[in-house]
Design a protein around this ligand. Structure first.
Ligand code: KIV
Length: 272
């Protein structure tokens, strides 16, 4: 990385806290590799999430469950090398923190030590509280994640909006408070009613970052490949596409194939 990149001031968990207090919205996107992390970071994103959505987006799995800790560390290390400004948060993958707080601490330590990332994220409330508390004892910042938690897809059975019913909404409110009290530095709320998300964001002092959770929260997160329009088959209501890279990339590749076949590439200027 260039010296110029190294002199940029890094966003910290404290910066995010100040942003919430000052009413400044937080921007967060996923990235899983060096090249895209460089672009996203240089554009000025506040937080890069090395999400376990890498399981879907990078590896083509149907769910986030198969990705391993070693694979997350591989992606996170590349993102860290490509970033100078953003806070880098890494998902603890399925099976590395649930029901075993010692295992959770070991997983989080491996991520921090081997990738150089700055924080971890994990899914769930009360049921993973002991894992969160144990990770925090090592001084590792933890971001919570409530609402639609894709690692529990086989419990939910579907990716529909969560917490529409009173009981689940009450549980989510209570879990958000628990996570705040435990010491999480921020919270992701995924695919829940906007009104509930706004209420939760107002009820806690930590920043609440939404995805499919409306505009009343403290920041937004999207999966980079979705917002860039690389995958044009995923069309949930909450997704705004900022580019059509599917069209750009297939157009470029088709042009290349045509040029190779017609022998117009390379030209005399493109050879030695
Ligand atoms: O893995 C991921 O990309 C995430 C976001 C959807 C918040 O957890």
């Amino acid at each position: 990385m260039s010296t110029q990149l190294k002199t940029v001031k890094r966003v910290t968990t404290h910066t995010l806290q100040e942003m919430k207090a000052g009413g400044q919205r937080i921007s967060m996107l996923t990235a899983y590799d060096y090249s895209l992390a460089r672009l996203v970071d240089a554009a000025g994103i506040d937080v890069i999430l090395v999400g376990d959505s890498a399981s879907n987006v990078m590896a083509g799995h149907e769910t986030t469950l198969p990705i391993t800790l070693d694979q997350m560390i591989y992606h996170a290390s590349a993102v860290v090398r490509g970033s100078a400004r953003a806070l880098i948060v890494v998902d603890l993958p399925f099976g590395t923190y649930q029901g075993n707080s010692k295992g959770a601490l070991n997983s989080a330590i491996r991520i921090m030590k081997e990738s150089g990332a700055h924080a971890v994220k994990l899914e769930g409330g009360k049921e993973v509280l002991t894992s969160i508390e144990r990770i925090l004892t090592a001084g590792i910042p933890v971001m919570g994640h409530l609402g639609l938690t894709p690692q529990s897809i086989y419990k939910f059975g579907t990716y529909v909006v969560r917490a529409k019913e009173q009981e689940e909404a009450d549980r989510l409110r209570a879990d958000a408070k628990l996570l705040e009290e435990a010491g999480c530095f921020a919270l992701v709320l995924e695919k829940i009613p906007a009104k509930l998300a706004e209420e939760v964001a107002k009820s806690v002092s930590i920043p609440v970052i939404g995805i499919g959770a409306g505009n009343g929260v403290d920041g937004q997160v999207l999966v980079l490949h979705d917002m860039l329009g690389i995958n044009n088959e995923f069309n949930p209501r909450f997704l705004r596409r900022y580019a059509d890279l599917h069209g750009v990339i297939t157009g470029a590749v088709s042009g290349y194939i045509a040029d190779v076949r017609s022998r117009s590439f390379p030209s005399s200027d493109e050879q030695y």
